[in-house]
Design a protein around this ligand. Sequence first.
Ligand code: 5RP
Length: 262
Amino acid sequence: MSSELSPIDKAKFVCAKRAAQFVESGMRVGLGTGSTAAWLVRCLGETVRNEGLSIKAVPTSTRTAELARRVGIEVISLDQAKWLDLTIDGADEFDAELNLIKGGGGALLQEKIVATASDRMIVIADIGKEVETLGAFPLPIEVIPFGWQTTQALVEETLVSMDVLGRESTLRMNGDAPFVTDEGNHIIDLHLKRIGNARQLALILNQMPGVVENGLFIDICDTVVVGYGDGKVEVRDINDGTVAKEQVEFGETQNLFSDLTD
Ligand code: 5RP
């Protein structure tokens, strides 16, 4: 399998495989959304099927729920779980403090609710997601459809007084129609280029009527597992300040992702 994967897919796979080792039997686990999180779900599914790992999982999107069920993971709702031991999710950007931009896959609302309801959040990301300053990746905000253009105008006006480099925003589309989230909302992507004060921006965006949530995850992530194309991983923990460098083997996973579509 490994010879068929691009370096970026190898990087995503190895960080997901390493992060799966943090999951223990009996845990309630939040499962993220996106291509890296999909690798994780596959890895966990394999451990459930082959090694009897017993977990209850709370997915962060209908896509992830479908995949988790398909690979044999028991899925429950967040209200059934109430609280989670661990959430593992991807990210679009992470900085040295492990603050994040998320929502590239449009699932930021459930992702933030689930991660916040967890004892620990582990982010899995290829090295290309690391940034010095957040903001090159467009920041998604979830808005309710009612009056979304008015909300967009208000957001752009508010950005004038914020420490950002760009103020353009675009409604995310799905073909010819606006993208619709699992909650029936829309996503507006903010092309900020550089976010000088992410903490302040996150607070201000969430005070605006019509904005349901923003994709800045501040002080939520505890650990990032960074993947490299050659199989190297780094486990960086913000709480104890450690960085562990390891090598993940690709072997014995030939058929693991043969029908992966996410
Ligand atoms: C979905 C997300 C994803 O975690 C993020 O977009 C990263 O995705 P990928 O692993 O496909 O690069 O936030 O809402």
